[in-house]
Design a protein around this ligand. Structure first.
Ligand code: FAD
Length: 412
């Protein structure tokens, strides 16, 4: 049934960023094809996802996060190889640089986790790294960890690829269609109402609304600590030597990441004093506040890069990318169905992993919905951990900021 004012689908996904579209594809591949994705902007990938640097790193300090990232990489590589619409996935490999002995010890622990997960990593010496990134000085590195299957992609292309593949399996997409209300019947989800008054009957709603994840939770009476925290990076003017197939760089002691952007340098980082939004300070209907270019913080990213980048750190900046990715107080995703509101499912609070993690997040949503006994890790991501006990907004913001501030700290 579909007319101007009524429609129905088994599952309605709210939000057409990397997470919503990634979840749509994973669900469709698992056999859930009666899905309608609603995006309130005029196009998909219109808010936070297009701002992302597109870095995809698999080397993590926990086995679960490593496996999630490996699932994402396998999906990106498959879409790039077989898809008619490609995510522009470049498997460049990555170099992670240690500047302290504590960091070297952390690399060894990460290598043990990688080995357990079946992820290939190895330590390289400075000349080997310099062959991959000529003109950089790797002598300041006390250890260099190489992961050959890492890389980066273009988020807008990834979303287009997800949409194309999901559509082939029957998933429908509607843009300029903001959800204004969620209807409950006998305490469980029964449908949604859009801003323009369309009634859509459904059994399940998936909250993939990014920085409006808190507001969508409120539509069913739940308080979810989905806290937007500012993030930003710069792209320099082109050089005559950077090439797009050079490996992604991570310099955790300088809290920096970098990659080639065609012939330019993309460089961003995790600032020591983060800035967040109280989600109650804007409404479901509001757009997110604009972010002014913060030159002292951005210039510091370039300075922190100087031990390796030398004169490259004086390359002029051509463009600044900014946005409000969401963080949670415990730094973990919010994934799965609420036991208080059956049929209300979360794919939110991505802690700046929403693009790279999107396929793995989708996989976890499938596991949460289909497995009688999901893994302890997937269970631990349940929204119930926040909705069954009260939490404080100021404290949640402080902790969410802390997650960003300590992103590259040892053991994060
Ligand atoms: C500068 C920067 C760099 C980043 N770099 C990386 C990176 O290298 N790798 C990485 O993995 N991540 C990165 N991130 C984080 C990443 O961008 C986010 O984690 C990711 O985009 C979140 O995806 P999303 O789909 O949840 O959110 P969004 O892309 O914001 O999508 C949510 C969608 O929901 C829609 N919506 C909201 N309310 C409604 C409603 N009521 N009805 C219908 N639709 C609604 C919105 O319009 C929006 O399109 C970066 C972020 C920034 C800002």
């Amino acid at each position: 049934m579909s007319d101007v004012h009524h429609d129905q689908a088994r599952i309605v996904i709210i939000g057409g960023g990397a997470v919503g579209t990634g979840v749509a594809l994973q669900l469709a591949e698992a056999g859930f094809t009666d899905i309608l994705l609603l995006e309130r902007e005029a196009s998909l990938c219109a808010v936070t996802s297009p701002q992302a640097a597109g870095l995809v790193g698999q080397v993590r300090s926990s086995l679960e996060r490593t496996k999630l990232a490996m699932w994402s990489v396998a999906t990106f590589a498959r879409l790039e190889r077989e898809g008619e619409v490609k995510p522009s996935w470049r498997q460049t490999g990555s170099l992670r640089l240690a500047q302290t002995q504590e960091r070297v010890a952390e690399f060894r622990r990460m290598m043990a986790v990688a080995e357990e997960a079946g992820l290939e990593v190895e330590l390289l010496d400075a000349p080997a790294a310099a062959r991959m990134w000529p003109h950089l000085d790797f002598e300041a590195a006390k250890a260099i960890l190489w992961c050959p299957s890492d890389g980066y992609l273009q988020p807008a292309d990834l979303v287009a690829a997800y949409q194309h593949e999901a559509r082939k399996r029957g998933v429908r997409f509607r843009t300029s269609s903001g959800v204004a209300a969620i209807r409950l019947k006998d305490g469980r989800v029964a449908g949604v109402t859009t801003r323009d008054g369309m009634e859509i009957a459904c059994e399940m709603v998936i909250n993939a609304a990014g920085a409006h994840g808190y507001h969508v939770g409120r539509l069913v009476g739940l308080d979810l600590p989905v806290i937007p925290v500012r993030h930003h990076y710069v792209i320099t003017t082109p050089t005559d030597w950077i090439r797009p197939d050079m490996p992604v760089l991570r310099m955790p002691d300088g809290t920096l990441y970098a990659r080639a952007d065609v012939n330019a340098l993309l460089i961003g980082g995790w600032e020591p004093e983060a800035m967040s939004l109280d989600p109650r300070s804007y409404t479901l209907n509001d757009r997110l506040p604009p972010i002014a270019e913060d030159w002292p913080v951005l210039a510091n990213f370039m300075e922190e890069f100087r031990p390796f980048g030398g004169p490259l750190c004086d390359q002029p900046v051509r463009h600044v990318f900014t946005g409000w990715p969401t963080f949670t107080p415990d730094g973990r995703f919010i994934i799965g169905e609420s036991s208080q509101v059956p049929g209300f499912v979360c794919a939110a609070g991505c802690n700046a992993h929403g693009v790279s993690g999107s396929a793995g997040i989708g996989r976890h949503v499938v596991e949460a919905l289909t497995e009688a006994n999901p893994s302890p890790y997937v269970k631990s991501l349940s929204p119930d951990r926040f909705t069954q006990a009260p939490w404080d907004f100021d404290e949640a913001r402080r902790r969410a900021q802390h997650v960003l501030e300590t992103y590259y700290h040892i053991g994060h």
